[in-house]
Write a protein that binds this ligand. Structure first.
Ligand SMILES: [Zn+2]
Length: 443
């Protein structure tokens, strides 16, 4: 949860401004009074201690907490016209401040707090109602400012007052989000500066990234044999990021396989049919080994998925796109069976946790398509557009001719394209037509 505050000017209205001035004055008196009562309590507490050898417990003496007791005392003749939530919160603020400063006050390090005439006053979230947009520069809401008594004194039906707020660029979007419920309205304040009153709206939202994730910025992730994951970002032709390396997996795999072989040799040497002591001791290291593999998988994939999601956040990507892996031929079993599926799951939940949308796309032709001109290369010509396993060279445009283009990066760029499935289908149709057309002329 992140909490932020934004300042909104309260549109001038003589009656409203007079009333806000009065509340400000009442709250100023109230807070100073509450502070001096808290101070008196402190002195009482010392003499009580001198007499009885222990400090008095607030609740035992007054039946309620100190704050509640002070509120009860002041209710009769202080800030009577002010709405109860503002009044009670102001008292609480004063008492909390006193308690916080107490030890320093007693040591003489600081003096007792004196509130100023032009201070701010609290407005609880519940006091702000019916927030409505008039236009992008003006909003209106109903603020519960006066008590019943206060409203009566002023000849008003109730203590809820219409308050218009002015907003500038950027600030109005926050109000829109409060209205649509994506931001939560929190306890706020009213403050005055150079004869203008402001509502300081405090709001909170779930993930701190939410406001910087763009729904049209897509991160495409290609899972590959050479590099476990390759990242690209839509509309960003310079972004390219390999994640992890084949060596990491290879060296681990070599370790695992050599260990397995040595265990198998041991087994052979002991003989297949031996039961008893020998088998028991051999099972243990094998179990240990599978546990080790599982942990390695898990740690690596957590590490890579965390890195990938952080990259997405850093680059404001509101969407992560990956290939749907179900039904893919089981070549490279080692990578396919563990790394890919598990890694994808981990990316998915970490992305969704921070509000990034996770989208699966059809994997067909994502590696054969030129991410620059859109031409789709057929599988049969693979050695032409992929002269080496890790290189891409377009046969239609000069993508990959002047500079080396990593094949996984090209695929990742395709995967990062919005509606890539549809784009590929259309392109295939177009190429099919062209082919038929060319054949006709060839004949
Ligand atoms: Zn091309």
């Amino acid at each position: 949860m992140t909490t932020k505050t934004m300042k909104y000017e309260i549109k001038f209205d003589r009656n409203l401004y007079n009333l806000l001035n009065d509340i400000q004055y009442e709250v100023f008196l109230l807070k100073n009074k509450a502070t001096s009562i808290a101070y008196d309590w402190q002195n009482f507490s010392f003499s009580y201690h001198d007499r009885f050898g222990e400090y008095p417990k607030e609740k035992e003496i007054t039946g309620v907490t100190l704050t509640a007791d002070i509120n009860r005392m002041l209710k009769k003749d202080h800030a009577k016209s002010v709405y109860s939530m503002t009044r009670e919160t102001a008292v609480k603020e004063a008492v909390d401040k006193f308690k916080n400063d107490k030890s320093k006050i007693l040591k003489g390090e600081i003096s007792i707090m004196r509130y100023k005439r032009d201070g701010s006053f609290p407005i609880r979230a519940k006091q702000i109602n019916h927030l409505t947009k008039l236009n992008s520069k003006q909003y209106t809401c109903k603020l519960a400012l006066l008590s019943k008594e206060g409203a009566k004194e002023r000849g008003l039906k109730n203590g809820q007052l219409d308050v218009d707020l002015r907003t500038g660029k950027g600030a109005y979007e926050i109000l829109d989000r409060i209205i649509d419920g994506s931001y939560k309205l929190c306890d706020s304040r009213i403050t005055k500066n150079k004869n203008k009153f402001y509502l300081l709206i405090t709001y909170s939202f779930d993930s701190k990234q939410m406001e910087t994730l763009y729904p049209n910025k897509i991160m495409g992730i290609d899972l590959g044999v050479n590099i476990p994951a390759y990242l690209a970002i839509s509309d960003d032709k310079f972004y390219r990021q390999p994640v992890g390396s084949k060596d990491e997996i290879d060296s681990f795999r070599r370790q695992v396989e050599s260990r397995k072989r040595s265990l198998q040799r041991q087994r052979k040497w002991c003989g297949e049919g031996s039961i008893g002591h020998g088998t028991k001791t051999r099972i243990k290291p094998l179990e240990k080994l599978s546990g080790k593999i599982a942990r390695f998988k898990d740690t690596k994939n957590h590490c890579w998925s965390r890195y990938i999601v952080n990259e997405a956040i850093k680059n404001n990507c509101g969407v992560i796109q990956m290939e749907d892996l179900t039904g893919i031929a089981e070549e490279n079993t080692f990578l396919k069976t563990w790394a890919f599926y598990d890694l994808k799951q981990k990316i998915k939940y970490k992305a969704e946790e921070v509000g990034i949308k996770f989208v699966e796309i059809k994997p067909a032709h994502t590696s054969g398509r030129c991410s620059c001109c859109g031409h789709i290369h057929r599988r049969v010509d693979k050695d032409i557009w992929r002269p080496k396993q890790d290189t891409f060279k377009c046969m239609k445009c000069d993508f990959g001719h002047k500079f080396y283009v990593n094949a996984d990066w090209n695929a990742a760029r395709n995967i990062a394209t919005k509606d890539i499935d549809k784009i590929i289908d259309k392109q295939l149709e177009k190429q099919e037509k062209e082919l038929k057309h060319n054949l006709k002329y060839a004949i």
